[in-house]
Design a protein around this ligand. Structure first.
Ligand code: FAD
Length: 291
């Protein structure tokens, strides 16, 4: 199923993200965790992609498994930075041949080497180049893209970021999933600004349940997200007790999601990080809300 069909429905949706293993030895354990999450029958599942293609084969294997064995609509991520057009075209064909109808078109993060290297020969500089390529390939995908309520770190300001986002949507991006955020007001402000800029596609907020204290630093470094005092207090109080931190982190994420639904957002994506117990608890917490 194309995700645009899901997003057109009146019902609320809850979806989960998983990531492929980095090595073949971890494949079986990741596969088992992913299958447990797929067994919860979420509205859809997304599978991330290693920039530079390091784990690219596993992305497709995992995505195909979710789609074939569990019938859960699947979104395969694809990055393009430092890839050749031939590799990307081949990946697009493989994703389509696997029966997957949704692709998240991403640029990918710049590694330190890429940041200082000569960009003149790059086939793809931005996600928009990948979106155009997918369209040109004729593959019939529902295409998603990423957006940043707290601004992409490379953007000089929000107006510039939103201008490029609008171009991405005009090129064929049919929905946008957000970077994680821990203060819903940032999302509401962002929504106001992008709607004003004429971006009308569905925006899917991405919620990251922080279930251990070590994750906090990594998450902030990765996303540059603002940590509200309410969240910091929770980490200060419960961070040293793994069980308590997990419970508090799941409750915080649940609270964020309920607030989003209550404010008219229909579709929420959870960065479930290959943790079936976390995904299951969040889903159970919302069972009477999402029906
Ligand atoms: P772009 O849309 O290209 O934007 C990157 C920067 O370039 C922004 O500052 C933007 O404003 C600017 N820009 C865009 N177009 C232009 C233009 N035409 N001219 C000048 N500037 C422009 N990474 C992975 O490696 N694998 C994944 O699976 C993955 N999944 C993700 C899922 C989500 C929901 C999110 C939010 C991020 C994900 N990432 C993933 C991280 C992502 O690859 C990085 O954030 C990356 O730095 C930017 O990717 P993008 O697709 O947003 O890039």
């Amino acid at each position: 199923m194309k995700l645009t069909e899901l997003f057109r429905r009146d019902a609320m949706s809850l979806s989960f993200e998983v990531f492929p293993p980095k090595t073949s030895t971890a494949f079986d354990s990741v596969k088992a965790a992913v299958e447990e999450i797929a067994g919860l029958h979420p509205s859809f599942m997304s599978v991330t992609y290693g920039a530079g293609g390091g784990t690219s084969r596993y992305t497709l294997d995992i995505a195909k498994n979710i789609h074939d064995l569990y019938g859960v609509p699947t979104l395969a991520h694809l990055t393009c930075v430092s890839s050749t057009r031939e590799t990307v075209r081949e990946k697009i064909a493989q994703i389509r041949a696997a029966g997957i109808e949704n692709v998240m078109a991403l640029r990918g993060d710049l590694t330190p080497e890429l940041e200082v290297g000569d960009r003149s020969s790059w086939a793809y500089r931005h996600a928009i180049d990948l979106i155009r390529d997918i369209k040109e390939s004729g593959a019939d995908f529902c295409i998603g893209g990423a957006c940043y309520p707290e601004i992409h770190p490379e953007s000089a300001n929000q107006a510039e970021d939103i201008k490029h986002l609008k171009e991405k949507v005009d090129a064929g991006c049919e929905f946008l999933t957000t970077q994680m955020f821990f203060d819903n007001n940032l999302l509401y402000n962002f929504l106001y600004k992008i709607r004003e800029a004429g971006i009308t596609v569905p925006i899917i907020p991405g919620i990251m349940p922080i279930t251990n204290a070590n994750q906090v630093e990594r998450a902030v470094k990765l996303s540059g997200s603002f940590m509200p005092q309410r969240f910091k207090s929770l980490v200060d109080k419960f961070g040293s007790s793994p069980a308590a931190m997990k419970q508090a982190g799941i409750a915080y994420a649940t609270d964020q999601i309920i607030d989003l639904y209550a404010n008219g957002i229909k579709n929420v994506h959870v960065y479930s990080m290959n943790k079936p117990d976390v995904a299951a608890k969040i889903q159970a917490n919302l069972s009477d809300i999402i029906g």
